[in-house]
Design a protein around this ligand. Structure first.
Ligand code: FAD
Length: 511
């Protein structure tokens, strides 16, 4: 049986950053355990992981689904590979607004104010356009760049021109802390190459003798003796079980798998665990609750005959960040141009997505069974909160205005969705949002951090589990609420902070 100082479950955005930072301390032995495969160099990396022009949905995915409030269940992609979801995603590299992190801090987590997270955001990036600005970094593992005008696809350039006509301001750097308006997306890609956390963090770190990367190893449960986590049990591809001991276990399996693993290991709501025959070792009712995400709905446009739509082009390049009328949550809405829609070889189509960035409503995640390989039940509960519904409907109306404004208007033969024959009045759009608004793939908050007086908090602000020693959670699960931005950079920032604490103050974690 092997024994490590730190064992990290999940080599995703947070887990990879933690492994890289913690293993910079040569006195700590670190083991990074990942259910999916590992591709140690680019020559052996499959194309779907390299190709940042589109998401990878199939070959490295967990095949999860979620249940919407109305309608049928929908796929919920999550990366299953070293690099995690950062290895399959769209490479949008956007930070939340400062108020997001200040809101986390005011919920009893003073280590997470904007002022205190900014150094980690700077440390993780190498911003190739604005690296000299005081809020940017120019030497981190994740290269970030924006497409210049001449590299935009026709629909993307048309989106920015339509935005000008509609009177939205231009924003050259969407990561400028107080910025808003339309402009190029900051993206963590170089040409077609996705700069995932496997590429940015693990490629240079994997040479270290104190870092072990163990792929094809599904953690089936955490081993907890009395109230201390002492290691994990893993299931390899042949179904063989192995136990690995560690002085500290860090759970970075993502916002869907982390709460699932905690519950299977006896940490969660007692009644739910007992329903599945699992002995409750520590009752923490917040596990699986507080699911926070970005509901979205798109306007799909049929292009005029002759419009060139390339399904191999970058799917997203531009963004509008703006605030709903009357809202006190700055930049609570996003509109994004999608370069292509429909099927390759079919009639030319593109789309424009309306996305709710500040969500009041919350969903939940439940255990479906004690089987370590079973998917969880995910209920997003999108648009059940009137404030969410009203703003997403407003955002859809603004998005329809884009489609009706030149030059996008001149490229559009007709609107395929929402069907104009059924009307686009507020009530019709509200019904569509309730039924069809879909996840932005940013689940967060399912093991939130907070002081132990907060009954829903699962971990403290350093990620240490309330009531279980030797166990830390650090990934999208610990966010008290989803930030007003795509979540990859924030997950890496969480990894940077926890990794630095492990490296520089191991005694704080009992090491
Ligand atoms: C298709 C898609 C597109 C996206 N696009 C963007 C985007 O453009 N920009 C953006 O900012 N965000 C995007 N996101 C979201 C972003 O990538 C995630 O929020 C972020 O990567 C989550 O980081 P994490 O560390 O919490 O989890 P993950 O990165 O998902 O990592 C969890 C890791 O744990 C492993 N794991 C899980 N369970 C176990 C187990 N039991 N045993 C062993 N290993 C386990 C998983 O295989 C995975 O590698 C996208 C997500 C997806 C899926």
């Amino acid at each position: 049986m092997s024994r490590f100082d730190i064992l990290i479950v999940g080599a995703g955005s947070s887990g990879a950053a933690i492994a890289a930072r913690a293993s910079e301390n040569p006195n700590l032995s670190v083991c990074l355990v990942e259910a999916g495969p590992d591709y140690p160099d680019l020559a052996r990396t499959p194309f779907d992981l390299i190709n940042s022009h589109n998401n990878s949905y199939n070959d490295h995915d967990w095949k999860f689904r979620y249940e919407p409030t109305e309608g049928r269940s929908v796929i919920f992609p999550r990366g299953r590979v070293v690099g995690g979801s950062s290895a399959v995603n769209t490479t949008i590299a956007l930070r939340g607004v400062p108020e997001d992190y200040d809101e986390w801090a005011s919920a009893g987590n003073p280590e997470w104010t904007w002022e205190k997270v900014l150094p980690a955001f700077r440390r993780l990036e190498r911003d190739l356009d604005f690296g000299d600005d005081p809020w940017h970094g120019d030497a981190g593992p994740i290269s970030i760049r924006r497409y210049p005008r001449e590299e935009l696809t026709t629909p993307q350039a048309a989106f920015l021109d339509a935005s000008d006509r509609l009177g939205y301001p231009h924003c050259a750097d969407a990561n400028e802390p107080w910025g808003f308006g339309a402009g190029p997306h900051p993206m963590n890609k170089l040409g077609r190459l996705r700069i995932s956390c496997a590429v940015g963090y693990l490629a240079p770190a994997r040479i270290r003798p104190n870092l072990t990367i163990k792929a094809h190893s599904h953690v089936s449960r955490l081993v907890i003796d009395s109230s201390r986590c002492t290691g994990v049990e893993i299931l390899d591809e042949s179904g063989k079980t192995e136990r690995i001991e560690a002085r500290l276990v860090v759970c970075s399996a993502g916002a869907l798998q982390t709460p699932t693993l905690l519950m299977r290991s006896g940490i969660g709501e007692r009644s739910q665990l007992e329903h599945h025959g699992i002995r409750c070792v520590r009752e923490l009712v917040g596990v699986g609750k507080n699911l926070s995400d970005h509901p979205a709905l798109s306007v799909a446009c049929r292009g005029k005959e002759g419009l060139k739509v390339d399904h191999d082009a970058p799917i997203i390049q531009t963004i509008l960040r703006y605030t709903a009328p009357g809202s006190d949550k700055r930049n609570d809405l996003q509109i994004e141009q999608i370069s292509f829609a429909g099927k390759p070889g079919g009639p030319p189509m593109f789309a424009i997505a309306a996305v709710l960035e500040y969500q009041y409503g919350r969903g939940e995640l439940l255990l479906s069974s004690a089987d370590p390989l079973a998917a969880p039940i995910v209920r997003n509960r999108f648009c059940e909160d009137e404030r969410d519904l009203t703003r997403l409907v407003g955002c859809m109306q603004d998005t329809l205005r884009f489609a009706a404004t030149s030059p996008l208007k001149g490229m559009t033969e007709s609107i395929a969705f929402p069907d104009p024959a059924r009307g686009t009045d507020t009530a019709t759009l509200a019904s569509l949002c309730r039924k069809l608004s879909a996840s932005g793939y940013h689940p967060s908050g399912t093991a939130k951090m907070g002081p132990k007086e907060d009954a829903m908090a699962v971990v403290d602000q350093y990620g240490r589990c309330h009531g279980v020693d030797g166990l830390v959670v650090a990934d999208a699960s610990i966010m008290p609420s989803v930030p007003r931005a795509n979540t990859n950079l924030t997950c890496i920032m969480i990894g940077e902070k926890v990794g630095e604490w492990l490296r520089t103050r191991p005694t704080q974690y009992g090491l």
